[in-house]
Design a protein around this ligand. Structure first.
Ligand SMILES: [Zn+2]
Length: 103
């Protein structure tokens, strides 16, 4: 992990009580970009359902991310739910290796 990433995560942890950068209602996925007119449809490129954070990380059967997240949760004995995933820095770190997309 680079020093910039370490700084990012430690800053995010400090802010955790008030808000998180991985807010499930303010992500950078298509569904949220669509809301602010930065994406035409707001749907998943793989399966055409609304690309919410929950869809991308948990429900999409077409991308490899949801499967990988499930594996991470199983390994770490974390429940496979969005609030849990977004609270686990270790899971988010793994995600950063899996996808170059900003969530
Ligand atoms: Zn999908």
């Amino acid at each position: 992990m680079s020093s910039a990433e370490i700084e990012y995560f430690s800053r995010r942890d400090r802010q955790k009580s008030s808000r998180t950068d991985f807010d499930s209602e303010k992500g950078r996925l298509n569904y949220y970009l669509h809301k602010i007119a930065l994406h035409d449809t707001g749907t998943c490129d793989s399966c055409r359902q609304a690309e919410t954070m929950e869809h991308y990380l948990i429900n999409c059967s077409q991308n490899e991310i949801a499967t990988a997240v499930k594996d991470i949760c199983d390994q770490r004995k974390i429940s496979f739910t969005l609030p849990t995933i977004l609270r686990q820095v270790a899971v988010l770190e793994e995600l950063r290796h899996l996808t170059h997309r900003q969530l």
